[in-house]
Ligand binder design. Structure first.
Ligand code: HEM
Length: 388
């Protein structure tokens, strides 16, 4: 028995962790890449929160959400997806730079060390989960049994918390390797410089390539370079993309045959399409900005929602509105719009797009278009407005 234990001990002491001679797997590289990765995650986190709370505002905030600037959501969600894609490259480089640390020997030195390693495992898992689910989501592929939105949102908090913890744990190293003038840098061998510059330059070039070939889905002057994004801003009915077609939403000709807009308020009324077209019409140039990152501006024509509410006996700015679509189901069949949106003169019940009658896929006969609003809340095939 004793000799067996001795043999096991000898064998264990013969196990050697791999040694890494590469000069790029050092704290200076981890810090340099970490800074950029941290910035990308910070932008993703803040813009993700904006998107989440615009879509699911807490009750006290619903009437305070600002409807300006008109391009607000276009900018924040475009940034969210662009920095998320950039983070995939940076995360790969960062994990490559630090992976020898994962073979550090002995694997666990103390309870504190074990906890630290556990937090690193959580950090890596949460970061990978966020970028990969985000990527698959913009490709509209959902190979998982859970609902994307709440899980992506919850894990974002885990990622943010574990990044803060990680930065706190590594603070001494980060401080001494933060800039070229940091004292830690002076101790590095001179030959290390060009290697690291090449790595950072390569990572920067990869981020640049990914950004340039995808950002045109939101930044229309670069749309000619939009080769890798799942959407092109010009592709779709009436030269504008759609996520949910009329067929997918179960909208048929029969359903639309007796279509009338019902407005439920102090003075309820209903109008058919011809009557709606006879009301004073307004025009607005507004973007459709999708949660998946693509966005396009278009000219919309229709009746301001606030005029429709005034006709129902609502004082200007005094009510929010619930919008109901003809869709048979779906998470966004019923949408609520706070007072700021409902009273904005640019918030329309749109009947035309770029001067043409809306196509079925864009929500014929009537859809909502409002400034600074996620695309999923620009309800299509509207048939009822309820004053709240
Ligand atoms: C999503 C964000 C991040 C991920 C997934 C990540 C991942 C990792 C991993 C797996 C390690 C090795 C763990 C260990 O040493 O036990 C590490 C080490 C390190 N990270 Fe990060 N990190 C992130 C963000 C950051 C940020 C924002 C900074 C600094 C601004 C940073 C600086 C460092 C430093 C200095 C080390 C130690 C490297 C060494 O000792 O060789 N990291 N990181």
């Amino acid at each position: 028995m004793e000799s067996r234990t001795r043999r096991l001990r000898t064998r264990l002491s013969a196990v050697r962790p791999p040694t890494f001679a590469g000069r790029l797997h050092d704290p200076r590289t981890a810090t340099a890449v970490g800074r950029r990765l941290g910035a990308a995650f910070a932008v993703c986190f803040v813009t993700g929160l904006i998107s989440h709370y615009l879509q699911h505002p807490p009750p006290w905030a619903a009437d305070r959400l600002p409807s300006r600037p008109v391009w607000g959501y276009r900018l924040t969600q475009g940034l969210h997806v662009a920095t998320g894609l950039a983070a995939i490259v940076l995360l790969a480089v960062k994990l490559w730079a630090v992976y020898p640390r994962l073979f550090a020997w002995p694997p666990v030195k103390s309870v504190r060390h074990a906890l630290e390693r556990l937090s690193v495992a959580l950090l890596v898992a949460a970061a990978l989960f966020e970028v990969l689910t985000g990527l698959l989501n913009i490709a509209e592929w959902y190979p998982w049994p859970f609902s994307f939105v709440p899980v992506h949102f919850a894990v974002a908090w885990v990622a943010a918390g574990s990044i803060l913890l990680h930065v706190a744990v590594k603070a001494p190293q980060i401080r001494s390797h933060w800039s070229r003038r940091s004292p830690g840098t002076l101790a590095l061998p001179a030959a290390d410089g060009p290697d690291r510059r090449s790595l950072l330059l390569g990572a920067g070039a990869a981020v640049g390539a990914v950004t340039l070939t995808t950002v045109g889905q939101a930044l229309t002057p670069l749309k000619a370079l939009d080769l890798l994004a799942p959407r092109h801003p010009d592709h779709g009915p009436q030269a504008l993309p759609v996520n949910r077609t009329a067929a997918a939403a179960g909208i048929s000709r029969e359903l639309l045959r007796d279509w009338r807009l019902e407005v439920a308020g102090p003075v309820p009324y209903a109008l058919d399409l011809a009557q709606l077209r006879e009301l004073p019409q307004a025009r607005a140039r507004l973007p459709i900005a999708c949660v998946e990152g693509w966005s396009v501006s278009a000219d919309w024509g229709g009746v301001p929602i606030r005029d429709l509410l005034a006709r129902a006996g609502v004082r200007p700015g005094s009510a929010a509105v619930r919008v109901v679509s003809l869709e048979a189901g779906g998470a966004y069949r019923v949408m609520e719009m706070g007072r700021q949106y409902a009273q904005d003169p640019l918030t329309l019940l749109a009947l035309t797009l770029n001067g043409q009658v809306l196509s079925p896929d864009h929500g014929f006969p009537a859809r909502v278009i409002a400034p600074n609003r996620p695309g999923v809340l620009q309800t299509k095939w509207v048939h009822r407005l309820e004053v709240l």
